[in-house]
Design a protein around this ligand. Structure first.
Ligand SMILES: [Zn+2]
Ligand SMILES: [Zn+2]
Length: 257
């Protein structure tokens, strides 16, 4: 079986990029998308994706925490690299009212501006949203039909999942689904159509049970996948094939032979 981790932060891993990719490959995690979060890490994620292409790809985007540092120049940088073969999405972008590390207006401005870039370039987006469900959906609706993407590390309500599916977005499931207190998330995951889901690690954060407490790494996406397969009553092989298909459909630049 061959897997893809659609959301990891390889530049943040203590074990190092090379070791993380090697460990992932050795358990069948063949493809990894490493995520940009702010102007400072864009050169890093680009370098990593260029070096390990076609096994590793990257996204470029400004996280809602950094909404206040989003500028037109940053947008131009993302736009300029949108045609690079290893840049597969704009992200992670969105709204985070839990931490509110940037003022809400700055977050909304950066979110809309980057959705415009996605619309213009045809790239999908990876969305980060926390405690901001209504505003996230309101803004995504402005781009309905023009922008596709995934809600990464989905931890929202069933309402958010349904609305997101309705605006054409897929749902990406992280290790959080394995956590003891995640009953309502599990109920939501059960009802998601299998052709609209992805699995991810968000490494180095949120390691799934039984690795919880350790630093997460792309190899651990298998624990989440196994859990999701059980939850949905699918064989692990079926989930593997389906998530691969979903990923290739969502991120058509990913080369998989
Ligand atoms: Zn995130
Ligand atoms: Zn992330």
């Amino acid at each position: 079986m061959e897997w893809i981790d659609i959301h990891a932060h390889l530049n943040m891993l203590e074990e190092g990029v090379e070791a993380a990719i090697h460990n992932a490959q050795s358990v069948g995690v063949k493809k990894i998308i490493t995520i940009g979060t702010d102007p400072g890490d864009h050169p890093l994620v680009l370098d990593i994706a260029r070096k390990y292409y076609p096994d590793v790809y990257c996204t470029l985007g400004v996280h809602p925490h950094d909404g206040k540092v989003y500028t037109e120049d940053v947008g131009k940088f993302i736009e300029m690299h949108a045609t690079d073969r290893e840049v597969v999405a704009v992200g992670e972008i969105g709204l985070d009212y839990y931490y509110n590390q940037s003022p809400v207006e700055d977050q909304k401005h950066a979110f809309r501006a980057q959705l415009e870039i996605a619309k213009l370039t045809g790239l999908p987006v990876e969305i980060h949203t926390r405690d901001a469900e209504a505003d996230t959906i309101e803004i995504l609706k402005e781009f309905k039909g023009d922008v596709r993407g995934v809600i990464h590390c989905f931890t929202g309500t069933e309402w958010l999942a349904k609305e997101a599916l309705d605006v054409g977005f897929n749902i990406s499931i992280s290790g959080v689904v394995t956590f003891k207190n995640a009953d309502s998330l599990r109920d939501t995951v059960k009802m998601l159509p299998v052709d609209r889901i992805h699995v991810e690690t968000d490494a180095p954060f949120l390691a799934p049970i039984p690795m919880r407490g350790k630093k997460n790494t792309p190899a651990y996406v298998l624990h989440t996948a196994e859990f999701v397969a059980n939850l949905k009553g699918l064989s692990i092989e079926t989930l593997c094939e389906q998530t691969k298909k979903n990923a290739l459909d969502m991120f058509p630049k990913v080369q998989w032979n």
